[in-house]
Design a protein around this ligand. Sequence first.
Ligand code: NAD
Length: 480
Amino acid sequence: MQKIKNYINGAYCDPIASKWLDNYNPSNGSIYSEIADSNVDDVAVAYKAASEAFPSWSNTTLEKRSRILLDIANLIDEKLLPLAEAEAKDNGKPLSLALAVDIPRASSNFRFFGNAITQFASEAHESPGLNTMNFTLRQPLGVVGCISPWNLPLYLFTWKIAPAIAAGNTVVAKPSEVTPMTAYLLGEICTEAGLPKGVLNIVHGTGPSAGQAIVEHPNIKAISFTGGTKTGEHIARTAAPMFKKLSLELGGKNPNIIFADCNYQKMLEITVRSSFANQGQICLCGSRIFIERSIYDKFKTDFINKVSSLKIGDPFNAETNLGALVSKSHLEKVQSYISIAEKEGGKILFGGKQVIVKGLENGYYLQPTIIEVPDDQCRVNQEEIFGPVVTLLPFDTEEEVLKMANGTKYGLSATLWTNNLDRTMRISKQLEAGIVWVNTWLNRDLRTPFGGTKDSGMGREGGFEALRFFTEPKNICIQY
Ligand code: NAD
């Protein structure tokens, strides 16, 4: 059986304790590889490699760093098909989605930060009358930790690693143990692109073992984490007293607010995607849909109609719209919320049932599910489900919908559908979210700040925000 080994100091290696975890193919429930079950000793070795690589890497010219990052991007593009196939098999997502989004986005992360680092500048402040000149250095932090989740495996892993190494840091990184395959394949791509050994070290294993060891390591200077809010809370509790820099991208329960004056057809089409893309397992999916009452019944009928034509099945079938959920335990969690909804007085308008796919009977498939909820405070409207489940609620006024939209502990993203400019500004300014999309969804310019407020996290990724996170500002004041 294939072994997913650690990538440390430019080479693949077994975990020191020789322990392995099973890796599942969610489309058929079979175990198809083994994952290094690393612990604190493996993290120590990875840290040593990273710290030894740091002096040379942090003094490598920007031109050379940039060229290596661009070479990594080009190699990812060349290997688009095998990487996309690996992602679809490991995660259960449709191959078409991995081909169109996950893998191209991973290469653009390297390309973007490979270019951005050549444009990153520090500030200077002249102080007239004091005869002083201040300039601020932006120095790399040293060895940093990057920890990522399973929903967009290579996409989110590289979103952290690319700015970290572009800024001159060296990295100990851990992908999710649920979807480690493409991170494993990234190792050989980095070697092929000429990334010096030790600059990127990838340690596989569980959160409580390998992940916790990265967070607790006394000399790992910063943690960039994407994952669940509970895990983020735990990481903050460990890292904050050690005064580590922390970037936390956490859960969401994003509102999708639809006014009657919107471009209806465009809204309907994109709302199907923002509800169910990647089986609803995108932190930015609009899982709470609020519809202006005058179009509520029409929307309900049209939305159910469109959703009922989505095809659920083999991720490798080109016709498939929804593949498998990522794991058995996740499928069970999502199903439990459907039962909770029914107990809370929710009405299942569509879906709600597990799907048995012919030839893939043990896969983790679930129908896209639409629930009409009795009120906005019920559990299915408050807790992150992170699956193909959305709720519907009508509203009458802007005040009412704003109150509901902001009425959860989360604040990641929001989508607004209206053609009224005044309303767009009024509502966008009052939404408690790090990202607001108006008449679009998942439209990304990598220069913009990315992240959430409230329990959706702390700090921002993207563009120069990420390069600022991965550098330490040092002001130098000279009197003349
Ligand atoms: P998770 O929190 O269970 O795991 C995320 C990562 O953290 C994994 O690599 C895991 O092994 C590791 N981990 C777990 N315990 C740890 C510990 N004690 N110390 C260090 N690392 C630890 O999340 P998940 O189930 O993999 O992902 C789903 C969650 O991620 C959802 O809540 C989703 O909203 C969130 N997410 C957020 C964003 C964003 O940008 N805000 C993007 C994608 C996913």
